[in-house]
Design a protein around this ligand. Structure first.
Ligand SMILES: [Zn+2]
Length: 179
């Protein structure tokens, strides 16, 4: 089931989320919905708070191009256990902040410990786009957005744009409902 994605600013996007107690069928169903919602958007990563579910679950798929097999990953309770000293800068975007892109500097590689969709503990290394993506999504679980890395002026400008976008969308929905 495709779920509506929350748009910044929203108090639910600013919350530190608690861990899941176990990866049960309800969590697996949520992961499936999140993957479907992410692919539909389309995006390469989605965190549970972005659909208003405040728990530490994220999904991602950074496989790109027609010749690459899909690479869906589901992570519950992800924890960065190692980060490279080397940094890298990537242009980031966010499904909760549509059409806004900015360069963010983060560790170039990270090792993440998490529970997979079977509840098994996994440690996995991420680099390149995948490192950027997993760190961006883990930030969501801590109530942090990529625009929090930008200067206050730029962040306020983006927040203003998003408020306007939300008003326009609400108006369009109201008009459609009235017709
Ligand atoms: Zn995001």
């Amino acid at each position: 089931m495709i779920r509506p994605i929350l748009i910044h600013p929203d108090p639910r996007l600013k919350k530190a989320c608690p861990p899941v107690t176990e990866v049960d069928d309800a969590v697996r169903a949520l992961m499936a919905d999140m993957l479907q919602t992410m692919y539909d958007a389309p995006g390469i990563g989605l965190a549970a708070p972005q659909i208003g579910v405040l728990i530490r679950v994220l999904v991602m798929d950074c496989a790109k191009g027609e010749d690459e097999e899909p690479e869906p990953l589901c992570l519950a309770n992800p924890e960065i256990v190692w980060a490279s000293e080397e940094l890298s800068e990537h242009e980031e975007g966010c499904l909760s902040i549509p059409e806004i892109y900015a360069n963010v500097t983060r560790p170039a590689a990270v090792r993440v410990r998490y529970l997979d969709r079977d509840g098994a503990e996994v440690e996995r290394d991420f680099d390149g786009l995948r490192a950027t993506c997993v760190q961006h999504e883990i930030d969501h679980l801590n109530g942090k957005l990529f625009i929090d890395y930008l200067g206050a002026m730029r962040r306020q400008m983006i927040t203003g744009k998003m408020k306007k976008l939300k008003r326009e969308r609400a108006r369009a929905t109201a008009t459609a409902a009235a017709e």
